[in-house]
Design a protein around this ligand. Structure first.
Ligand code: SF4
Ligand code: SF4
Length: 238
């Protein structure tokens, strides 16, 4: 889940003023942001009561299930054509992805009301743990299911570093367990401690920076590699 926290009302007000928004459409994400309380009906109600204290005209307000999905924008905005023509811009209670998609789609200013913090595991409502930074080349299969890129502040691929002391990480003054000690303990528990000794080559960080992704093409490429591999195996066994 993408975790968001709310921006302060002051920051939101300043952004509305900066973009000269007087006639607004307010959009709240019904997906991840709703679960974080920054979006959904709860987030929308809080936002609307704040916006009503300002000298603004709210043309429309709505909760959209995942505004990061263009298909949902097509579906839900078809009934507010007139308001879209009139609006100066959007106030969006979603993660950075939803807000960018809305801005691109309508080519109008967007004021985002949240900070996107991480992709996290939900421990309890309002308590999350950072688990993945979408590096583009997942190495969980080698690390016993623990991500060193996310959990290690230095994203070490071969750890621990010299800053580990008695299993703790030097960053943040030895409060947290070293990611690589956690990995070692997990691998040992799973009977795979030999994996710990593997030297990992540097990551291809280009994979993390892919701006656009055509998953359809990627899948075709991926499956062609598997087919090729299977054909070679068949030939070898004949
Ligand atoms: S290795 Fe990369 S893709 Fe896998 S969990 Fe860590 S950051 Fe995410
Ligand atoms: S002590 Fe461990 S978690 Fe901390 S920076 Fe070094 S390898 Fe990473």
């Amino acid at each position: 889940m993408i975790i968001t926290t709310p921006k302060s009302w002051d920051e939101i007000k300043l952004a509305i003023e900066r973009w000269n928004l007087h006639k607004l459409i307010v959009v709240s994400c019904g997906g991840c942001a709703a679960k974080c309380g920054t979006g959904g009906t709860e987030g929308l109600e809080k936002l609307l009561s704040f916006l009503k204290t300002l000298d603004l005209k709210i043309l429309a307000s709505m909760v959209i299930q995942e505004p990061c999905d263009l298909r949902n924008l097509h579906r839900d905005f078809q009934y507010v054509d007139e308001e879209i023509n009139q609006t100066d811009g959007f106030v969006v209670a979603s993660c950075g992805i939803g807000a960018q998609v809305i801005g691109d789609y309508f080519q109008k200013p967007v004021v985002i009301t949240t900070n996107t913090i991480m992709m996290g595991e939900t421990i309890h409502l309002n308590e999350y743990s950072n688990r993945c930074v979408a590096c583009g080349h997942c190495i969980l299969n080698e690390t016993g299911g623990i991500c060193p890129i996310t959990l290690c502040p230095k994203s070490m691929l071969n750890g621990p570093c010299g800053g580990m002391f008695q299993g703790k990480c030097e960053v943040d003054n030895y409060q947290n367990d070293c990611a690589w000690v956690q990995i070692y303990n997990r691998l040992e528990k799973l009977g795979k401690s030999s994996l710990f000794a593997k030297i990992r080559e540097p990551q291809d960080w280009n994979l993390r920076r892919r701006i656009n992704l055509n998953l359809h093409q990627e899948r075709k490429f991926f499956y062609s590699i598997i087919d090729h591999h299977n054909e070679n195996q068949k030939e070898e066994s004949n």
